[in-house]
Design a binder for this molecule. Structure first.
Ligand code: SF4
Length: 259
């Protein structure tokens, strides 16, 4: 019986005969040559196309025996639509084009895509980077969501859509720079990689609680209500909102070691 072909990024379709594949298009930013190539290959192998919510173009109807030739003709990196890995990094245009943007989500998102797309993890992971709180990249329902604000960046963890939708919880707010976001996200991914649990990040956050996760990510952070400055003199803060909706504010140590 046929099944998904992880090696070739091919998903068995409803007819149990043909496959769908999806070239990697970081953040959905592309160019006419890439699109022409996709169209030419689709015509050659009689594939149908669909733009997906992961900012990729899915190509449906591939025969198993054509998969290698299709990838060869495309000469493009495979997307990661299946498997236990970072499936997608959804990115909005941010200050590159959007008049509402507060931060450069394209710059940050593409760096995160380069670092994490297709990285193997205990379970699947999706990332969303939005340039403002309107969250066009669905940052609140991503395993790791990043949102641009007037003060910097907000990082959320543990969100997901699907069968049991869950909003991500605030890990840290007012992160002053792209570099610091990348550093914090690296810590979250490292924590997840070392986790003995193979569940989605949201389930782990639910089990241990956001405060425990914060202690893992910011082990040298001062206690609640204290404050320290970063090497650049700025601070980041956390605000936890429990299931009851209660809220506390904490300034998280921004000294490099505290991150
Ligand atoms: S999230 Fe904000 S910055 Fe990004 S596209 Fe939407 S409105 Fe624009």
């Amino acid at each position: 019986m046929k099944k998904d072909d992880l090696q070739r990024g091919a998903i068995l379709q409803r007819d149990r005969e043909t496959y769908a594949i999806a070239p990697h298009i970081p953040g959905g930013f592309t160019d006419t040559a890439t699109l022409r190539k996709i169209c030419d290959v689709a015509d050659k192998y009689s594939l149908t196309l669909k733009i997906t919510s992961a900012q990729r173009i899915a190509m449906f109807g591939a025969k198993e025996e054509d998969l290698d030739a299709i990838w060869g003709d495309l000469a493009q990196q495979q997307g990661a639509p299946i498997g236990l890995c970072v499936r997608s990094v959804k990115i909005c245009p941010g200050t590159l084009q959007c008049k509402r943007a507060l931060q450069d989500s394209a710059s940050l998102g593409l760096k995160m895509d380069a670092l994490y797309h297709a990285m193997e993890l205990p379970n699947k992971m999706k990332l969303g980077i939005s340039g403002c709180v309107l969250c066009c990249s669905d940052s609140y329902i991503k395993d790791i969501g990043v949102v641009g604000t007037a003060k910097g960046w907000r990082i959320l963890v543990g969100g997901n859509g699907g069968l049991r939708p869950r909003f991500g919880e605030l890990l840290v707010d007012d992160v002053p720079s792209e570099e610091t976001v990348l550093e914090i996200v690296a810590r979250v991914v490292d924590f997840y990689l070392k986790s003995p649990k193979k569940e989605r990040l949201g389930k782990i956050v639910e089990a241990i609680g956001i405060e425990a996760l914060r202690r893992e990510i910011f082990p040298q952070a001062p206690s609640a209500s204290s404050e320290s400055t970063t090497s650049t003199g700025s601070t980041a803060s956390t605000t936890s909102t429990g299931s009851t909706g209660s809220t506390t504010s904490t300034q998280l140590g921004g000294q490099r070691g505290a991150y």
